[in-house]
Design a protein around this ligand. Structure first.
Ligand SMILES: Nc1ncnc2c1ncn2[C@@H]1O[C@H](COP(=O)(O)OP(=O)(O)OP(=O)(O)O)[C@@H](O)[C@H]1O
Ligand SMILES: [Mg+2]
Length: 372
């Protein structure tokens, strides 16, 4: 997938941006607070995902303007397509969203049309932060590959809430009936087993790909390994029977921990507590990783995900890299600028020095929301 051109006007501070991109490498350069991340964000929204900065719809319109318009022309293996969205002050609910000119009521409905993978400075949390950051990474990644995963996750979260409310009431009212808990256990187990297997298998493939990429990024000096850590299963290798065998094991776990759950008033085990562990040269990245190692590893995970998308769907996504070069040494910077040559990259940076290492591609300058 490649973006041919981007138009953005009134999206945050962006003003009359109208650029044609290079099919491979695009560098968006500029000082702080000029609009680099805003441009990356505008493109990302076309993938149908929420803003990676949690921006609300009304805040996407320029402070002193009334209309925000973003239009992206992109090419997939079949044809040229267009996604456009227009937001108007005072009427952000009625977004004007079109895919190839045909109206759509929500950006999220476009999920799956335009595929991109984004790396932002916040993604350091995937390696450094708490487990929910890693689960969130896995959830978005697997949803891009398998739409039925989103439904299972929604179902799981809904049932989990119900089970937790019941546990809370049980922790205050002693001797309450446990038959309702059994009902929630069964439903939670079926969705949970399905999610566990998909996450386990995804992490296995991710590990293979990320390991190779991390080796390239670090010039074979360091080795990255990642594992899925389930709170329910000891070993998911080769397991496929989610409906019977794995669901029953999940129920057993929920029953075994029910007493504790009742005391705590919430569900202590399950996919909502699972994690993905990462190690560099055998040492936990979360506990001991340096800034550069964490950033390189998070980047390797994102690039590995792009490779998996290509293997699963036959097409590379567009890679959006926001501020990825800072904190990396020149070996790592050179790798990023010159070796990601199998997909289109849009990358932002403040410091133009690394660009002297660039062999091919276009460089744009952002100043006060205008892109040259
Ligand atoms: N709704 C809005 N209207 C106008 N300006 C906005 C709006 N929302 C954010 N901005 C401004 O856009 C400017 C550029 O933000 P952006 O995050 O894109 O900067 P950046 O170029 O990525 O900078 P940095 O190098 O610091 O990451 C900021 O000064 C911000 O205050
Ligand atoms: Mg920025």
């Amino acid at each position: 997938m490649t973006v041919n051109s981007i138009y953005a006007d009134g999206y945050k501070n962006l003003k009359q941006v109208n650029i044609d991109l290079d099919p491979k490498m695009n560098i968006i350069c500029g000082e702080n607070a000029q609009g680099k991340t805003n441009l990356i964000e505008a493109v990302w929204l076309c993938s149908g995902c929420r803003s990676f900065r949690g921006t609300r719809d009304k805040d996407m319109i320029c402070f002193d303007g009334d209309v925000s318009r973003v239009s992206v022309n992109f090419q997939n293996s079949r044809r040229m397509e267009n996604i456009e969205f227009i937001l108007k002050k005072g009427a952000v609910k009625e977004k004007n969203i079109t895919l190839n000119g045909i109206k759509n009521d929500r950006l999220s409905k476009l999920f799956g049309e335009f595929k991109c993978v984004v790396f932002t400075p916040e993604d350091l949390n995937i390696t450094k932060g708490s487990p929910d950051n890693r689960r969130n990474f896995l959830d978005i990644a697997i949803s891009q590959i398998k739409p039925s995963y989103i439904n299972a996750l929604k179902k799981y979260n809904g049932i989990l809430q119900q089970r937790n409310s019941l546990l809370k009431s049980m922790s205050t009212v002693h001797g309450s009936d446990t038959k309702y808990l059994d009902v929630w256990n069964e439903q939670l187990a079926e969705a949970g087993a399905f999610i566990s297997v998909l996450r386990y298998n995804y992490c296995k493939t991710l590990n293979e790909q990320a390991n190779k990429l991390y080796n390239l990024i670090t010039d074979s000096k360091e080795n990255l390994q990642i594992y899925y850590q389930s709170t329910v299963y000891d070993n998911l290798e080769g397991e496929t029977d989610t409906k019977n065998k794995l669901a029953n094991m999940y129920i057993r776990k929920l029953k075994d921990t029910a007493e504790n759950d009742k005391k705590m008033g919430y569900t202590g085990s399950g996919v909502h507590r699972d994690d993905m562990h990462a190690f560099v040269n055998g040492i936990s990245l979360r506990d001991f990783g340096s800034q550069g190692q964490s950033r390189s590893a998070a980047l390797a995970l994102k690039l590995a995900h792009a490779k998996i998308l290509k293997a699963e769907q036959g097409e590379y996504p567009v890679m959006l890299l926001d501020d990825v070069l800072s904190e990396l040494d020149s070996t790592r910077q050179k790798f990023i600028l010159n070796n990601i040559d199998d997909m289109q990259v849009i990358i932002t940076c403040c410091d133009s020095r690394p660009i002297t290492d660039l062999r091919d591609g276009k460089v744009f300058t952002v100043e006060n929301g205008r892109v040259e």
